[in-house]
Design a protein around this ligand. Structure first.
Ligand code: PRX
Length: 629
C-alpha cells in the first residue's frame, strides 16, 4: 500500500430525492435511523433479526473475539426456510418468486409454492446420494433457475454450496472443486453466450479427471437430443428429481453453520474460499435488500448479476427471496440480440427495481440514447449499481435515460462483506460517483496505514470499524488469510480499497489498493494471470497490471519476459492469450501483452507493478532508487 493517495475527482452535484420517492421509503430519515443504529448496533441487528423466523432464539447477539465473530449465538435457523417456507405458508405461496427468461426468450415462471416444491425435491435427491450436513456441492451452471434451486436445496439440509461462475475454464474449476473437496457437481450440458453454445459439461469432464472427491455429476440437459451420460456417476437432473418427495423439512441449523464457500481473487495466486454462514448472512442480505431498494410487495426486481458471483448470491437469490419479492432473472448479455435487450425486458415485465453495473451502463451508453427511448421504462422506481466505482458521466446518463427522477443506489460492498455496507437509501440526497454513507449499523471510515482517521477529502484506506452480521467468518482451510483483513490496519477490517470522505461524510471509492484488478466489475488477481502466463512454455516471467478502460473500468495488460530461444511474434502473443483462456477463462485474458527484456523489481525480487503501471500511464514513477532493475 502506498503512503499517500492523491484524490483528483471533485464532484459536487447533489440530487435530492423526489417527494414521491421519499414518501414511499422504508427509512425516511437516514441521519436519525443511522445515529440510533450506531448507538446500539446489537440492538439494531437483533430488532432486524426478529423480522425473520428462528427455530430457537439466541442467547447473545454477538460474540466478538477479535477477529472472530459469532452472531445470534446459540440460535437455530435455516436461510432456505426463511426464503421459502416463510412465504409458502402464507398467501405468497401463489405469488411469483422467479420469472426467468433465457437468452432465446424461453420463459419459465416459479411461484413461491412451486419453487418450494422443486427445492424440496432437490434436497431429498441430495440426501438420496448420501449427502449430509457439512458436505460440499459445487454448482457450475449457466444462469438458469436450477442454479437457484440447487443453492437453496443445499442450504435446506445444511450442505455447503460452492457456486463457480460458468465462464471459468477447467483448471480454474478443478482447483475450486479440489479445495472444497466437493462430493457432487451440478452442471448443465450447455450455456449460451450471445447466440454461441458453450459446452459446459465438457469443461466439467476435464476438471473432474483431477478431482477424486467427486462421486456424482448431475447434469441439467437443455439441448435435444440430450447428451449421453455415463451412469452411474453421471445423472440427469430431471430423472434425479422425478421420484423425490416434495416434502423435505428444513434442517434446524446453528446460526454459525456455513452456508456457502465462494472463491474470489486476492493478491496471491490461489483464490480465497470466502465462507458465509446461515444466521448473520440471512439478516444482512434481508435488511439491505429491503431498505436499499425500498422493496415493496408489488415490486418487480431485476438484478442483472450471475449467481456465479456474490451479487447473484446476495441480491438475486437470498436477499430478494428472504423478502418475498418477485424476481426477474435473465440469461444473456445487455447487447444481445441488440442493445435494447434490458430496456425491452424492463418494459415486458414491468420492472420497478433495476440493479446493474457501471460496465454495463458504459456499454449501453456507447449505443446511444435511442435504444432506451424505444421502450416504456415508466415502471422503474429505484436503480442500483455495483462492482466498481461509477463515473459521474455514466451515472448522469443512467439517470437521464430512465427519466431523471429515479434514485441510483451506488452500493459498495465485497464478496467478503456478504451484503451492502456503504450505500445511499432512496431518501438520501445523492452525489453522482459517491456510494454516499454507511448502511445502518455499519461504522466506516477512511484512515491512514496506522488506522488514524483522515481529514475530509484526504485519500486513504476504507475500513469498517466493528463487526457486522453478514461478514465472512473465515477463508476456507486458511484462517491465517482471514486474519489479514483484520490485522493489516489496527483494530479494523481493511477492505483493500482506497477512498476519500468529503465534508458531508460521503465516501468516494477510488479503486483497489492492492494487486486486484477489476475488469467489468470482476475481481481478478494479478498473480493468477501471471501464473497462467508463466505456465506457457515460452514464458520466463510475467507481470500484470490493470489499465483504465472506457467500458470495462479496467483492462488487463501483461508484460512478459520470454525464455531464450523464443521470439516475439503475433502468433506467440495469441498463444499466450490462449494459455490464459485455457487456464482461467475468458474474463482473465489480457487485452494487451508486451514482450519485454526486464521487469522493475525490488532487491528482494518482488515485481513492482506500481512502477510498471505509472510508466504505462505516463505518470511519475516515484522513488525507484531501491529498485534492482
Ligand atoms: O473495489 C471495490 C469494488 O469491488 C470490490 C469487491 O469485489 P467483489 O468481491 O468481486 O464484489 C463485487 C460485488 C459486491 C471492492 O473492494 N466495488 C464494489 N462495489 C463498488 C466498488 N467500488 C466502488 N463503488 C462501488 N459501488
Amino acid at each position: 500500500m502506498d503512503d499517500k493517495i492523491d484524490t483528483l475527482v471533485k464532484e459536487s452535484r447533489v440530487i435530492q430525492p423526489t417527494a414521491r420517492t421519499k414518501a414511499a421509503a422504508h427509512i425516511q430519515d437516514y441521519d436519525l435511523a443511522y445515529k440510533a443504529s450506531i448507538a446500539d448496533p446489537e440492538g439494531f441487528w437483533s430488532t432486524v433479526a426478529k423480522e425473520l423466523e428462528w427455530f430457537s432464539p439466541w442467547n447473545r447477539v454477538l460474540e466478538w473475539n477479535y477477529p472472530w465473530a459469532k452472531w445470534f449465538v446459540g440460535a437455530t435457523c435455516n436461510i432456505a426456510y426463511n426464503c421459502l417456507d416463510r412465504h409458502a405458508n402464507t398467501w405468497r405461496r401463489n405469488k411469483v418468486a422467479v420469472m426467468w427468461v433465457g437468452e432465446n426468450d424461453e420463459e419459465r415462471i416459479f411461484t413461491y409454492g412451486e419453487l418450494f416444491r422443486q427445492v424440496n425435491r432437490c434436497a431429498n435427491a441430495l440426501k438420496a446420494l448420501g449427502l449430509q450436513k457439512g458436505d460440499r456441492v459445487t454448482i457450475y451452471l449457466p444462469k438458469i433457475p436450477e442454479q437457484v434451486i440447487a443453492m437453496l436445496a443445499c442450504a435446506r439440509i445444511g450442505v455447503i454450496h460452492s457456486v463457480v461462475y460458468s465462464g471459468f475454464s477447467a483448471p480454474a474449476l478443478a482447483s475450486r472443486i479440489q479445495d472444497a473437496e466437493s462430493r457432487v457437481i451440478i452442471t448443465a450440458d450447455v450455456g449460451y453466450d450471445r447466440g454461441k453454445t458453450i459446452h459446459l459439461k465438457r469443461v466439467v469432464d476435464d476438471a473432474v479427471r483431477s478431482c477424486p472427491s467427486v462421486e456424482k455429476v448431475v447434469v441439467v440437459r437443455r439441448e435435444a437430443p440430450g447428451i449421453a451420460l455415463a451412469a452411474p456417476k453421471e445423472i440427469d437432473w430431471v430423472e434425479w428429481l422425478k421420484e423425490q418427495n416434495v416434502v423435505c423439512p428444513a434442517e434446524p441449523l446453528d446460526s454459525e453453520t456455513p452456508l456457502y464457500i465462494l472463491y474470489t481473487s486476492g493478491t496471491t495466486g490461489k483464490p480465497k474460499g470466502v465462507v458465509h454462514v446461515h444466521g448473520g448472512y440471512m439478516v444482512g442480505t434481508y435488511i439491505t435488500t429491503k431498505y436499499v431498494f425500498d422493496l415493496k410487495e408489488e415490486d418487480v426486481y431485476f438484478c442483472v448479476a450471475d449467481p456465479g458471483w456474490v451479487t447473484g448470491h446476495s441480491y438475486i437469490v437470498y436477499g430478494p427471496l428472504l423478502n418475498g419479492a418477485t424476481i426477474l432473472m435473465a440469461e444473456g448479455k445487455p447487447d444481445y440480440p441488440n442493445p435494447g435487450r434490458w430496456w425491452d425486458l424492463i418494459e415486458r415485465y414491468g420492472v420497478s427495481i433495476f440493479y446493474t453495473t457501471p460496465t454495463a451502463i458504459r456499454l449501453l451508453m456507447k449505443y446511444g440514447e435511442d435504444w432506451p427511448k424505444k421502450y416504456d421504462l415508466s415502471t422503474l422506481r429505484i436503480l442500483g449499481s455495483v462492482g466498481e466505482p461509477i463515473n459521474p458521466e455514466a451515472w448522469e446518463w443512467f439517470h437521464r435515460v430512465t427519466g431523471s427522477d429515479k434514485p441510483i443506489m451506488d452500493t459498495w460492498w465485497q464478496t467478503e462483506t456478504g451484503s451492502i455496507l456503504i450505500t445511499p437509501l432512496p431518501s438520501v440526497p445523492l452525489k453522482p460517483g459517491s456510494a454516499t454513507r454507511p448502511f445502518l449499523g455499519i461504522e466506516a471510515d477512511v484512515v491512514d496505514k496506522e488506522g488514524k482517521s483522515l481529514p475530509s477529502n484526504a485519500g486513504g484506506f476504507a475500513v469498517i470499524k466493528k463487526p457486522w452480521p453478514s461478514m465472512m467468518r473465515t477463508i476456507y482451510k486458511d484462517p491465517d488469510r482471514y486474519k489479514v483483513y483484520w490485522n493489516t490496519i489496527p483494530n479494523c477490517y481493511t477492505a483493500g480499497d482506497v477512498c476519500r470522505k468529503d465534508h458531508d461524510g460521503y465516501m468516494w471509492f477510488m479503486g483497489r489498493a492492492d494487486d486486484v484488478i477489476k475488469v467489468a466489475g470482476n475481481r481478478i488477481g494479478t498473480a493468477e494471470v501471471e501464473s497462467a502466463l508463466v505456465s506457457h512454455e515460452a514464458v520466463a516471467e510475467a507481470a500484470v497490471i490493470g489499465k483504465p478502460h472506457r467500458t470495462a473500468g479496467e483492462a488487463i495488460k501483461a508484460f512478459v519476459i520470454l525464455k531464450q530461444g523464443h521470439q516475439d511474434s503475433k502468433a506467440l502473443v495469441q498463444s499466450l492469450k490462449d494459455q490464459v483462456l485455457k487456464e482461467l477463462g475468458k474474463i482473465a485474458v489480457p487485452q494487451e501483452i508486451d514482450i519485454v527484456s526486464s521487469l522493475p523489481k525490488t532487491r528482494s525480487g518482488k515485481i513492482m507493478r506500481r512502477v510498471l503501471k505509472a510508466k504505462e500511464l505516463g505518470q511519475d514513477v516515484g522513488d525507484i532508487s531501491t529498485l534492482e532493475d
